[in-house]
Design a protein around this ligand. Structure first.
Ligand code: IMP
Ligand code: MG
Length: 233
């Protein structure tokens, strides 16, 4: 199957091999080529063609290039780990998970699939990033619409960078009289973190470099990528 798929794919795109950089056009092939700097493809015996792709696969969003960084499988593993830890702590109550939009929508969806005990979900919308840089001004764009008195709240973040968003959230939830306030994040950049707020559940620690994919964007683009890419040097 794979052989025929690759053969047909290559027949169609052999003329424009340079386009292989733009893997968003070839999502199926992406999964196969990811993490391989050199890929040998025996296309067809009659053609005796062996193509060596020496280029590291990368994607372009707006004016910037990004290289593969974290696979969909690693992401799923990290989310399953967080869900199991939260479930260990709160399986005997009904916590409310609050996803921080826009970036956390994918994490929340997968987290909910892994979390098997009773729970509720809601969303809040915060924004602090402009392009690839964090601003200190965190805006609340959509607020909470329910009474959280006495509830266990678990904030679900896609990524914690400077921590400014977390600090703003902590201030916000102070006024809500919640019983427990916990924070879970899929990605954490320890080198960029500037706050004292404790992060209770961390999926993957990453260096202080801009990433896209799995909900994270660069000026609106890249959120739909199932894996994560890092800004190219
Ligand atoms: P913080 O307030 O600096 O911790 O940043 C929080 C928000 O900034 C995250 O929820 C993301 O939406 C965004 N952000 C931080 N780092 C990145 C990144 O590397 N790529 C894309 N968005 C990011
Ligand atoms: Mg976020």
């Amino acid at each position: 199957m794979l052989f025929y798929f690759l053969r047909n794919f290559l027949k169609g795109s052999i003329k424009s091999c340079c386009n292989l950089n733009f893997i968003s056009i070839f999502p199926k092939v992406l999964n196969i080529l990811l993490y391989q700097k050199t890929v040998f493809l025996n296309v067809e015996k009659s053609l005796s063609l062996q193509i060596i792709l020496k280029t590291k696969i990368m994607i372009q969003l707006h004016d910037k290039e990004f290289v593969p960084f974290i696979s969909a499988q690693e992401i799923d593993f990290a989310i399953a780990k967080i869900a199991a830890l939260v479930e260990d702590d709160f399986a005997d109550e009904t916590p409310i998970f609050i996803g921080v939009l826009n970036g956390a929508f994918m994490v929340v969806a997968d987290f909910m699939r892994h979390y098997k005990s009773p729970c509720e979900v809601s969303f809040i919308k915060m924004a602090s990033y402009e392009g690839t840089t964090s601003t200190n001004d965190v805006k609340q764009l959509i607020g909470l619409d329910q009474d959280l008195t006495g509830r266990t709240v678990v904030i679900i973040e896609d990524i914690v960078d400077t921590g400014n968003t977390l600090l703003a959230l902590k201030e916000l939830f102070k006024k809500q009289n919640v019983a427990h306030f916990k924070i879970a994040t899929l990605f954490f950049k320890p080198e960029a973190y500037k706050q004292e707020v404790k992060i209770d559940y961390v999926g993957i620690r990453i260096p202080d470099k801009f990433i896209v994919g799995f909900g994270l964007d660069y000026d609106g683009l890249g959120r739909n990528l199932p894996e994560v890419y890092q800004l190219k040097d």
